[in-house]
Ligand binder design. Structure first.
Ligand SMILES: C[S@@+](CC[C@H](N)C(=O)[O-])C[C@H]1O[C@@H](n2cnc3c(N)ncnc32)[C@H](O)[C@@H]1O
Length: 283
């Protein structure tokens, strides 16, 4: 029985990191003219209302995206990094102006082109209905009320021959760290060129360390870790940090994040934050 609702968390520090990485990856992937296939295995509701009871109850957006000063963040950056940041800010602006926050499906729809295709999976019935509603009318998008772990492999490799896959589960069940590793390994085996972005929460560091070790033992190559923390690791204190594991990320992304993450950390958590940009294959 799924109970997670992203409306409580939309626009928090984890979304800032995740969506910055997603926008930069899609920007890079759309530099090539040939069409792209985008798969979101855990799509969520696609649109969130920052004045909703859920959002106000946790205040997570207020301590996340609402705290970001984009002008200060962008000052003095190199052109490539600045472009990535500008794209992220431009994608968010129309939503933030209306006190809403776009989930990954709407951000991806914004970044992708007419001949690209988006496939969005969501298992929670209400979230799926919202996802359908908020993406309705876009001919590039297919939504499925389905288990994203089970569905993903059958969709790959796509006819487009190029794919970006976002795996962004709610980690509600004990086996999800294992399931995500399995899925990344299987996707990578089926389609070596797929760019895979896997989000992970840091609630206890052990799960993350085991997940990374398992991926390092696998055949996955070109594996990177990007992490943003707002508090020291402490079990029982909720989401103290989160990260993205990226397979085949754009070669420009680590440099961009090395420039941006210290600044974002400084704005969101100057006292206790941390950031990581690490090549896990080189370890
Ligand atoms: C963190 S939210 C997704 C947020 C979204 N990717 C974004 O960035 O806006 C995780 C979603 O996965 C859904 N979910 C949980 N287990 C699932 C499964 N096995 N297959 C597909 N969706 C699932 C949850 O209902 C929830 O809406």
């Amino acid at each position: 029985m799924l109970s997670y609702r992203h409306a409580y968390h939309a626009g928090n520090h984890a979304d800032v990191l995740k969506h910055l990485v997603l926008v930069s990856t899609l920007h890079y992937a759309t530099r090539k003219a040939s069409p792209l296939f985008y798969l979101d295995t855990h799509g969520g509701a696609a649109l969130y209302f920052l004045q909703s009871e859920q959002a106000l109850k946790t205040g997570e957006a207020a301590n996340g995206i609402r705290k970001i000063d984009f002008a200060a963040l962008g000052a003095g950056l190199d052109e490539e990094t600045r472009n990535g940041l500008d794209l992220y800010a431009a994608a968010l602006k129309p939503f933030l102006d209306k006190k809403t926050y776009p989930g990954s499906p709407l951000l991806a729809a914004h970044m992708l082109r007419r001949n690209d295709h988006l496939h969005l999976c969501e298992l929670h019935t209400v979230e799926y209905q919202l996802l359908r509603h908020h993406t309705d009318g876009d001919p590039r998008i297919a939504c499925e009320h389905i288990d994203g772990y089970q569905r993903a492999l059958a969709l790959l490799p796509p006819v487009q021959k190029r794919a970006v896959v976002l795996i962004d589960p709610s980690y509600e069940t004990n086996d999800e760290f294992r399931r995500t590793v399995r899925l990344v390994v299987d996707i990578n085996q089926r389609m070596r060129s797929a760019q895979i972005l896997l989000w992970y929460p840091v609630v206890g560091r052990g799960d993350v360390d085991r997940m990374i070790a398992a991926l390092q033992r696998s055949e996955v190559r070109d594996l990177w870790q990007f992490e943003l923390g707002v508090a020291p690791d402490q079990i029982g204190h909720g989401l103290t940090a989160s990260g993205m594991l990226a397979v085949n990320p754009p070669y420009t992304l680590p440099g961009q994040l090395r420039a941006l993450l210290p600044r974002i950390q400084e704005q969101l958590a100057p006292a206790y934050g941390h950031w990581v940009v690490k090549n896990l294959f080189a370890e």
